[in-house]
Design a protein around this ligand. Sequence first.
Ligand SMILES: [Zn+2]
Length: 306
Amino acid sequence: MKTCYQTGWLVLALAGLPFSVEAKINVVATLPDFGAIAQEIGGDKVKVTTIAKGTEDAHFVDARPSFIRVLNQADLLIEGGAELEIGWLPPLVNSARNSKILADAPGHLILAPAIRLLEVPSGPIDRSMGDVHPLGNPHFWLDPSNARIIAAGIAASLSRLDPGSATVFQNNLRSFDAKLDAKLAEWDKELAPYRGIKVVTYHKSYDYFLDHFGFVLAGTIEPKPGVEPSPGYINELIPRLKAEGVKLVLVEPFRPRKTPEYVAQAIGARLLILPEKVGGNEKAADYFGLFDYDVSQIAAAMKESK
Ligand SMILES: [Zn+2]
């Protein structure tokens, strides 16, 4: 009885010190990329769970009910925003009934507002034909220089939730930024010879990557983000891409291969299946690994096609 009483007291005492050595901050990230960066910034002060797999389409994630429980226990939810997760995250958050991660709570971080988004529509928002990018392109984690903004946002949120560990988070942020600077220089150098090369992608996923490294997006296999191509569209696309001298077709691991293979062959371009999220393949095990892999694959393909 005495032991039970003491255990109960201990639990109450720890509840008063929410992020003591024993209790880590429960971070839930919608994408593995945000989760990987949160792990780098939070270190051993956080426990990170990721909802989407690296091999899933971020727009259409399998929102398993087990994530309701995970979100119920979350101290911090990190999402991309710009409607990237709109098809699957809101029902999970609503069912989780956790006031700490509701909109405007300190435990809910939306990254997109801090990022300079590409392809933001200037006129009225057009949701016709099922376009899944109505607020602009939400795949911003693929510009590696945006990782600095993502990491800073995460460090600020963690510091708000656990002010006693703010110094740790700031130190981890400095280390992350230093490693990122070194890697950016390495990646920029590796792809510099191929600036201006024309590329076609399946979805508008790699736009930030292409923008960062100076490639030119000549077209997409989808006529609009989230809309599958018709044979008529592909037949019009091929001669245009051929005329433009497109060298590379980039496709995410989870897309159907038949149409991109057909297009690549028809225009004489190299087809690369390229992860666009951490965990997209075994080499892309963390944020730096993702870019190490993608950059080296593109460089190798371009070297061969010279
Ligand atoms: Zn998209």
